[in-house]
Design a protein around this ligand. Structure first.
Ligand code: ARG
Ligand code: ZN
Length: 880
């Protein structure tokens, strides 16, 4: 086979979807764990799918040793079945009946962290998307939904805790020091939601009573050393349960909600029915060891997995192309929840930063794919920012187009109509259409066309007629799946500013939305070019466009500096005030790029920021974000013709000018602002710390002499991880070698028993920009606390280096690229999913001109090796 043919042979297409020819109504598993060998007996109640009868049953399995196969109690012989590669074909004509299999495999040697594997003191599973086939022969696809009962047997001392989905039915002792437990999950579910845990774990409990009075026992299982880090997850879960009742009318449906914390985990967490399995980094938290961002991440991920119980589990996906049906919707739900629990503006800024600096880059690169992809080789490669975050933006646009009440009507309809079913994104949109009598057929292009639309806007003010015209054109660059894009349906939330603030809107030829004071409206852009005229406009206005980032697009409007400053000062939309500040930063960086020696930063911008700091009318967390210059990645997208190192240098210059000009105010904030407040983790306290630490970091960047003392003082006296880490970061920036090295060492000694803190310590150092970055990285991989088998550690060093350390990764010699390529090939041998993610920065080669050639060569070197399916797909597509 030529390379191209082998790609084709392995590619799965949405258009080929067919229902399975058999259903599995019941699944009875008997999992017998002994060190080095686990036996699984499965009894599957098979029922032919009438519409597709008379075809043989083909089950899928990976890495299984098969000991026995029987149909309705009769052992099958040679001619009755065939095992070929990953498939088991049963030739007997089957009516309804029970298929039994017995297999074995070794979880201890399973380093892919998919299927059943061992992590430290426990055995655990990860089945989404296609890990269940590593446990038993099955129809491992989400439209096959089955009622599961699971018996687990293991050594009582090694594995005192035995867990699976649903309710505990029975447990007991066996001879030889063994014991067992039987679990039963009354809800039909696809195999990807199956979970099992067996190990030596401690448990922290809580409780919640649902609106209709069902008491729910909450159990968080962790290693005994982590018992003091469970409270925040339990509190977050309870808040999420109450919020989902309030906001969506959705209640929990089992008597028990279990969460298990696992150290070795490929992703953030997994929503298995009744038994969530979490990466320790997304569930453990206490104020001593966890930063504010860490606390907020735990709250968000706990809520995310909880919300999946309805958006994902009760209503699931028909096939993996529909992944965003559950992920986009659930990310939208968790974002709404976080916005409600904390600050809506801050949450929006954070999410937009991720979109603009990472999702847009994905959409612009060779791995761009639609939110509902049309094909894949390895579905694990599609757990992406596009499917998750852009998917959430699609739901957000729908929710905003419908309004609160109609959206609720739509989701009620969706959950009640499709409960217990495996459905599609079309079904979701149909529920939206049902609730508002709108036609979303054009809107659905958001699901099928990849790429970030670019919306160019121009305006015209007619002072005689007092009319103001906004003209929009939209376009979208070709992406691998679609050459020519059809226009998107784009909601443009907007308002107009006059010299004294918002203007009343009098649209000439379109309806105005329900805003009481008529200063805000949502235009619906559906054509390639379209104009909107406002009448009775008595002064030349400044348009405030895409308020709250109302659509995931790149906006081009030729704002003057003065107009941006007006938006920054006056817009009623706080998000757009922040956005205007970012735009002013982009202008400053571009000026520094064009004229490195004699560039200027707008003094009006600096003055406006200074006033904002003084007045304190905006919440501190938002001010903190206003003071942050956009990421190199975003700046690079805005100035693609410039070299990334030049952009990095220009950005540094702007940061310095900003910090120097605001030095006095920043110093006051850094040393005195909220400094002696008792430590609390509510949103307001978090925001105040964010502002103080942003100020400290800016002073460090500016090389202000007092920064060093301030940072060292805060490092020593901090009573929480946020302040201590921020101080350490500032010390690293200041880089007085002895002091910094000492502080780093002190920090390690203080926290070496806390794995998650050590990961932060690794990350900080991997991000240090210096000529010696690579040497340092190499040394850190030799550190006794580093482990190649642990994805959190690998990400802490390798992903942070290649995504954040601009000068280190992109150093002229190409050594950073070569180093990453070697790492990727090595990791692929044990953990393909992880390898396929680590390689991402190299796939972006096309953005990097000269450097890109070297990156591409390294990719080609990877592609020449024998690779996993995961890594093969990514490198193949990136080299096209
Ligand atoms: N469904 C999980 C979540 O987003 C993620 C599972 C990821 N699995 C994978 N193989 N990539 O909550
Ligand atoms: Zn999810």
């Amino acid at each position: 086979m030529t390379e191209n043919n082998s790609v084709k042979a392995q590619t799965i297409y949405l258009k080929d979807y067919r229902q399975p020819n058999y259903w599995i109504d019941q699944t009875e598993l008997d999992v017998n764990i002994t060190p080095g060998l686990t036996h699984v007996k499965a009894r599957l109640k098979i029922r032919p799918n009438k519409s597709l009868a008379n075809e043989p049953l083909v089950l899928v399995g990976e890495g299984l040793t098969t000991h026995h196969i029987a149909w309705n109690g009769r052992a099958l012989g040679q001619g009755d079945y065939a095992i070929k590669g990953d498939s088991l074909t049963i030739f007997l004509p089957l009516s309804e009946g029970w298929l039994e299999t017995e297999v074995s495999f070794n979880p201890e040697e399973n380093t892919s962290l998919e299927g059943l594997y061992r992590s430290r003191t426990m055995y655990c599973t990860q089945c989404e998307a296609q890990g269940f086939r590593k446990i038993t022969w099955y129809l491992d696809r989400p439209d096959v939904m089955s009622v599961f009962s699971t018996r687990i047997e293991a050594d009582k001392i090694q594995c005192p805790i035995l867990l699976s989905n649903g309710n505990l039915i029975e447990a007991g002792e066996l001879e030889g020091g063994r014991h067992y437990a039987r679990w039963y999950d009354p809800f039909k579910k696809p195999s990807y939601l199956f979970a099992l845990v067996a190990g030596d774990l401690a448990c922290k409990t809580g409780s919640f009573t649902t609106e209709s009075g069902r008491p729910v026992a909450i159990e968080v299982y962790v290693e005994p050393k982590d018992l003091d880090k469970c409270d925040h997850a339990i509190d977050s879960l309870k808040r999420a349960m109450a919020w989902d009742e309030r906001t969506y009318g959705l209640e929990y449906d089992l008597d028990r909600y279990m969460i298990v914390a696992v150290d070795d985990f490929n992703m953030g967490a997994m929503e298995n029915k009744g038994l969530n399995i979490f990466n320790t980094s997304c569930v453990l938290a206490n104020s001593k060891t966890t930063t504010d961002l860490g606390f907020q991440r735990v709250e968000a991920v706990v809520a995310h997995e909880y919300f999946h119980n309805w958006s994902g589990n009760r209503v699931t996906c028909r096939d993996w192309f529909q992944l965003s049906l559950k992920e986009g919707f659930t990310v939208y739900r968790d974002a709404q929840f976080s916005a409600d629990m904390n600050s809506a503006t801050v949450k929006r800024i954070e999410d937009v930063n991720v979109l603009r600096s990472a999702q847009f880059a994905e959409d612009a690169g060779p791995l761009a794919h639609a939110v509902r992809p049309a094909s894949f080789i390895e579905i694990s490669n599609f757990y992406t920012l596009t499917v998750y975050e852009k998917g959430a933006e699609i739901v957000r646009m729908l929710a905003n187009l419908l309004g609160v009440d109609a959206f609720r009507k739509a989701t009620d309809y969706y959950f009640s109509t499709y409960d217990g079913q495996a459905v599609t994104c079309d079904d979701f949109v149909a529920a939206m259409e049902y609730a508002c009598a709108k036609d979303f057929s054009q809107f659905k292009r958001w699901y099928s066309q990849a790429g970030t639309p670019e919306v160019t806007v121009s305006d015209h003010y007619d002072a005689d007629a007092n009319t103001y015209t906004l003209s929009f054109t939209q376009s979208c660059r070709p992406t691998p799946e679609t050459e020519h894009k059809l226009p998107f349906h784009i909601p443009v939330a907007m308002g107009l500013l006059g010299d004294a603030g918002s203007l009343k809107l009098q649209p000439k030829d379109f309806a105005l939305s329900d805003d009481a004071d008529n200063t805000h409206t949502v235009l619906e852009l559906t054509e390639a070019s379209q104009s909107f005229v406002f009448s009775n406009v008595f002064e030349q206005p400044v348009p405030s466009l895409f308020r709250g980032f109302s659509a995931p697009v790149n906006v081009r409007f030729n704002y003057s500096e003065a107009q941006l400053i007006q938006l920054l000062k006056l817009d009623s939309d706080e998000f757009n005030r922040w956005s205007a500040s970012q735009e002013l930063a982009v202008i400053a960086v571009n000026a520094a790029l064009q004229e490195p020696a004699a560039f200027r930063v707008s003094e009006y911008w600096l003055e406006a920021l200074s006033v904002i700091i003084d007045q304190q009318l905006i919440e501190p967390a938002v001010i903190a974000y206003m003071l942050q210059v956009p990421s190199v990645s975003y700046l690079h997208d805005r100035s693609p013709q410039h070299d990334v190192l030049a952009i990095y240098a220009a950005r540094e210059k702007v940061v310095k000018v900003l910090a120097h000009s605001l030095e006095n105010q920043l110093t006051t904030i850094a040393c005195c602002y909220d400094a002696n407040a008792a430590y609390q983790v509510d949103a307001a306290s978090i925001g105040r710390r964010a502002l103080r630490n942003t100020a400290l970091l800016l002073l460090a960047h500016a090389g202000v002499p007092s920064a060093s003392e301030l940072a060292l003082g805060q490092f020593r006296s901090a009573n929480n991880m946020t302040d201590q880490l921020a101080a350490l970061k500032a010390l690293i920036v200041i880089d007085e070698s002895d002091i910094t090295a000492e502080a780093l060492d002190e920090f390690y000694q203080q926290w070496r028993h806390e794995a998650l803190v050590v990961n932060q310590w690794f990350s900080l150092q991997a991000a240090v920009e210096s000529e010696k970055a690579l040497t340092r990285l190499e040394q850190l991989t030799q550190h006794p606390a580093f482990q190649w088998s642990n994805p959190n550690k690998v990400r802490a060093l390798i992903s942070v280096f290649s995504n954040q350390n601009v000068t280190g990764f992109h150093c002229d010699s190409g050594a950073g690229y070569k180093w990453l390529a070697d790492v990727v090939v090595k990791v692929d041998k044990s953990n393909p999913q992880l390898a396929a993610r680590l390689v991402t920065p190299l796939t972006r080669w096309a953005k990097y001109a000269e450097r890109g050639r070297t990156m591409r060569q390294e990719l080609a070197r990877i592609a020449a090796q024998p690779l996993s399916k995961d890594l093969f797909e990514v490198t193949e597509k990136a080299l096209k």
